[in-house]
Write a protein that binds this ligand. Sequence first.
Ligand code: 13P
Ligand code: SF4
Length: 338
Amino acid sequence: MSTAIRPAWSADLEERYTDILERAGDAVPCLEWAFHLPWIDAIRQLKRERGAVIMAHSYQSPEIFHGVADITGDSLALAQAAATVDHDVVVMCGVHFMAETTKILSPQRTVLIPDLDAGCSLASSITPEDVRVLRARHPGAPVVTYVNTSAAVKAESDACCTSANALQVVESMGADKVIFLPDQFLGRHVASMTQVELVLWQGRCEVHEQFTAQQVRHARERFDAQVIAHPECPPEVLDEADFVGSTTAMGAWLERERPARVALITECSMGDNLRSRFPDIEFVKPCNLCPHMKRITLPKIFDCLRDLQHPVEIDRDTSHRARTALERMLAVGRRDRV
Ligand code: 13P
Ligand code: SF4
């Protein structure tokens, strides 16, 4: 909970922030704005005073995504932005591995995360020692690591990838066999599209692993909805989907296909944040909340900027080796199959 005194409501806030209210649409219940707008106003002021920039992942709550974030996007877009950002202070409204990635790519900046416990089940599924054991078991096979990992695991890797370029990074290694870590479902999805043999790990996203093929069929049959799924979902869910892609690719697909109804098989805020861009499309359930993303709140962002807490620190050697792996990914860029 924030230690700050809750900023007061004033009648002009709704008028001053009509653009935010419009962008968020009905993703935020209107009664909640009386709580959010004073925090949004206070954060925007503090952000200017600190010379800070706020980044938010597509899974971040709409009042943060639309209310205070300057840079938004999927993991790849945030990493690309991190490599070029020129503000003294960067606040990452995402999870811890995203803040680490930002710090690795922008070591001279102060990178803050509003809640240190915003983790990720994929990142906590694997240790640097696990990677070394796999390398010893598969001599010569390069290691491609999903960005949803700790800096220390990235440092043991040859290249990183995100869901937007996993296939291309794997194929860019020029090897017959690649160790692909740690998401087994993303790994199986990539393996289904390449001749490269993949050695997989047993990591899973605790949010996406919960979706079932039955839910997808229900969305299609009950609502006549098109179904688009994130590749962290189980294979039987991906088999049922009309399109599989990263969070940015989902937006691009909607732009192109313009279905009447769609089910986004991913984190719930994704649909909330896209809705106002596509007023003609009806977004139907199911979706699941990421408890880690949801640890980030407006009061915690305020505290974070006021006290410059919690700065991400990574030792030089780990940071240097992880950066090499991240830069190899950035050289491949974005190659979603849209
Ligand atoms: P993107 O790679 O599509 O951003 O999604 C990864 C994810 O699950 C972030 O938590
Ligand atoms: Fe990690 Fe899944 Fe949450 Fe993304 S949605 S941060 S992969 S637990």
